[in-house]
Design a protein around this ligand. Structure first.
Ligand SMILES: Cc1cc2nc3c(=O)[nH]c(=O)nc-3n(C[C@H](O)[C@H](O)[C@H](O)COP(=O)(O)O)c2cc1C
Length: 359
């Protein structure tokens, strides 16, 4: 049914309008217990393999929703009912900001891809904190993506990231430092040793203070797929030095090759199928170079259970999806998990952990 809707309706209407409509529908549905149960019984997966224990938490399975879908935490109960094991909220900025001018989201149907130049539209950390205080209907594990305002100079970026971390620490199960969006001018420079060292030093200090005498919640870094290996080495080096919990690999790419869609020349980050291989290659590299000291969350071009298998076997412990969910619709998690479980059974594997890095 979703395929038909997609072909006849979604593909003809502005991509962001559809996204906003979906968010509103999910936000509305999530407020009513019967609607949530209907979504859960229709779409939720029932994994048969043992859950994953990580950072003192239990993930029902490895498949989560990537940063940027529910930027302002508007529809968490409905997304939970669709079967994700965790959701990354945000990216959240300290002050509210509108993001870039529209149009800023393009569907490259022939390429199973999207290009976006959203530029962190955000309701801001105070609204997010208020919304997450009322977590009555939400049990799902939450990562929160930390960002900076466009107007904040790069030299002052550290203050933005620490402000969002301070404001939202009680509400997240973990935090992702987003320094890899291509749509905030110069943001990716924060991935260089010159800036990253100070950023990680301050954030890890802040998180230790916020944790009081408990163990600090995990802090991860989200990286770009367009980095050179030497740049990735620098990031891994600093991540290990500062005791970072993991790496989210990867954000969208600025590369364009072998695309068919007329939108291929649009400015912004490319996601989906054309990103899959590069993101897997980076996951494999990190896994091989860090001797399992960093947890990897793999993201980029996941559409099927086989794609999840690919990311796990390259070294990811968890995975996330964005573009695949847009194309395949609300049954995404159920379908992908069914495919993954078939693949695991065929391989004689009964724990998700046993796939990590086998290839
Ligand atoms: C419209 C759109 C908005 C996004 N916004 C964010 C964001 O705010 N923060 C972030 O870390 N990643 C953001 N991303 C990147 C995704 O989280 C993900 O890393 C990327 O799309 C690759 O995964 P995919 O191929 O499954 O889409 C966004 C992606 C898209 C398509």
């Amino acid at each position: 049914m979703y395929d038909g809707l997609y072909k006849h309706f979604f593909s003809r209407v502005d991509a962001e309008q559809i996204h906003q409509l979906s968010i509103s529908l999910l936000a509305g549905a999530g407020q009513f217990a019967p609607a949530r149960s209907l979504l859960a019984t229709t779409f939720s997966a029932h994994p048969t393999f043992p859950p994953i224990n990580l950072w003192g938490k239990t993930f029902a399975h490895p498949l989560g929703l990537a940063g940027g879908f529910d930027k302002d935490a508007r529809c968490l109960p409905a997304l939970e009912s669709l079967g994700f094991s965790f959701i990354e909220v945000g990216t959240v900025t300290p002050q509210p900001q509108p993001g870039n001018l529209t149009p800023r989201l393009f569907r490259l149907g022939e390429d199973s891809a999207l290009i976006n130049r959203m530029g962190f539209p955000s309701a801001g950390m105070t609204t997010l904190a208020q919304r997450l205080t009322n977590r009555a209907n939400i049990n799902i594990l939450l990562l929160i993506s930390l960002g900076k305002n466009k107007a904040t100079a790069l030299m002052e970026a550290v203050q933005d990231y620490t402000a969002v971390l301070n404001a939202l620490y009680p509400f997240g199960d973990g935090f992702v430092v987003n320094i890899s969006s291509p749509n905030t001018p110069d943001l990716r420079k924060l991935q260089t040793r010159e800036y990253l060292s100070d950023l990680l030093s301050q954030l890890t200090q802040t998180i230790r203070t916020l944790a009081h005498d408990q163990s600090p919640k995990p802090l991860l870094i989200k990286i770009a797929p367009d980095l050179e290996w030497a740049e990735i080495d620098d990031i891994l080096d600093l991540a290990l030095q500062f005791g970072i919990a993991g790496i989210v690999a990867t954000n969208t790419t600025l590369q364009r090759s072998n695309l068919k869609s007329i939108y291929q020349t649009e400015t912004g980050g490319l996601s989906g199928q054309p990103l899959r291989q590069r993101s897997t290659e980076i996951i494999r590299y990190i896994h091989q170079h860090t001797e399992k000291k960093l947890v990897i969350i793999g993201v980029g071009g996941i559409f099927t259970g086989e794609d999840v298998w690919e990311k796990l076997s390259a070294g990811a412990a968890l995975v996330q999806v964005y573009t695949g969910f847009i194309y395949k619709g609300p049954a995404f998690v159920k379908q992908a998990l069914n495919e993954l479980e078939t693949r695991m059974r065929q391989s004689g594997i009964t724990r998700y952990e046993d796939i990590i890095g086998i290839k």
